[in-house]
Ligand binder design. Structure first.
Ligand SMILES: NC(=O)c1ccc[n+]([C@@H]2O[C@H](COP(=O)([O-])OP(=O)(O)OC[C@H]3O[C@@H](n4cnc5c(N)ncnc54)[C@H](O)[C@@H]3O)[C@@H](O)[C@H]2O)c1
Length: 309
């Protein structure tokens, strides 16, 4: 059986994710965008790379949702991206309307799908998707922690001049300035990071991780990051379709874990074929708990500002 993945938004993040999914022959990909011809053109362009790269996935693109029917996973990247001077939260009103429209179309054609939301402000857009779809929390996930952790992993590898393959790290909380990097849980081939790097250097990495998105926005000027966000979306799709039981930090609707309830917050989750199969509860210090609480409050403020739906 071939899997089908729909990617809505054929912009920078969507196209990058689509190419990685197809290139790994993980699934056929349907690209959907209001700019229908952009989606058609990108799909064709990617198919024309298949003979060289040697993949068998079929990529199609357009403006209609009919071809998305029966998708196993849908990745939502439709929406506006940040420009310099904008916070992720500035995108709230416009992207709420877009995500509402996109998710209602997706679930009409794929009632059993697993949604991965990428559009910012991430945690609030996950809540929009949850409300509109009516899906259980296992099937509404947000992509943010994988990206934030990947950034932190690269910064650690760069600082220590070691292979990124050996570096693991976790970032909890909302996908904003209040995210909570967890250096205590970062390791280099099993060695705890605090044994390898001085405290001030670790704090600099935490800070750079929190500002990782804006660092790229300031370079790009006309948009935000997409190579690492596309790769992070791909990793979540691969964990789900491959039923990998892989622990990845994802935004998930908490039901009491970490003392938080009825709110999307980034926490380590076990991903498998059913979607989010388990929330992993880490032991946190008092300071880490307080930071996570602050981050959750920032998400709650945004969710409270959402229009009724
Ligand atoms: N969660 C994360 O970690 C993360 C990381 C990077 C980007 N993002 C977010 O992802 C989103 C996309 O970023 P990008 O760089 O790909 O932007 P982009 O502008 O390159 O692409 C967005 C695409 O969405 C399409 N679109 C807009 N409204 C639509 C609708 N109603 N239906 C279908 N398609 C629609 C646009 O035509 C465009 O092609 C932004 O909201 C950005 O902030 C999130």
């Amino acid at each position: 059986m071939r899997y089908k993945v729909t990617v809505v938004g054929a912009g920078n993040v969507g196209a990058t994710a689509a190419q990685l999914i197809a290139q790994s022959s993980l699934a056929d990909v349907v690209l959907v965008d209001v700019a229908a011809e952009l989606a058609t053109g990108k799909a064709l362009d990617m198919m024309e790379s298949a003979p060289i790269l040697g993949f068998n996935s079929l990529i199609t693109g357009g403006g209609s949702y009919e071809p998305t029917a029966g998708s196993h996973v849908c990745v939502v990247t439709a929406g506006l991206a940040r420009k310099p001077g904008m916070s992720r939260d500035d995108l709230l009103a416009k992207n709420t309307d877009i995500v509402k429209d996109v998710v209602s179309n997706l679930v009409k054609h794929s009632p059993d799908t697993i949604l991965i939301i990428v559009t910012n402000p991430l945690d609030a857009m996950c809540e929009v998707a949850r409300r509109v779809s009516g899906f259980p929390r296992e099937r509404v996930l947000g992509m943010a922690g994988v990206l934030d952790a990947a950034r932190m992993r690269w910064f650690i590898a760069d600082a220590l001049n070691v292979s990124v393959e050996d570096v693991d790290a976790f970032v909890l909380g909302g996908h904003g300035d209040t995210m909570v990097p967890l250096p205590r849980y970062a390791t280099v081939n099993g060695i705890p990071l605090p044994q390898l790097l001085a405290a001030d250097k670790i704090e600099a990495i935490n800070d750079r991780t929190r500002k990782g998105g804006i660092e790229i926005v300031n370079y790009y000027k006309t948009g935000s990051a997409y190579y690492a966000p596309g790769a992070s979306s791909y990793e979540m799709v691969a964990a789900i379709l491959g039923d990998k039981q892989k622990i990845l930090p994802c935004a998930v609707f908490l039901e009491g874990e970490y003392g938080l309830r009825d709110l999307f917050v980034g926490v380590p989750c076990l991903l498998g074929r059913k979607g989010m199969e388990r929330v992993i509860e880490l032991e946190l210090s008092e300071e880490e708990k307080a930071e996570l609480g602050k981050s959750a409050e920032a998400v709650r403020e945004l969710v409270n500002a959402l229009p009724a739906m």
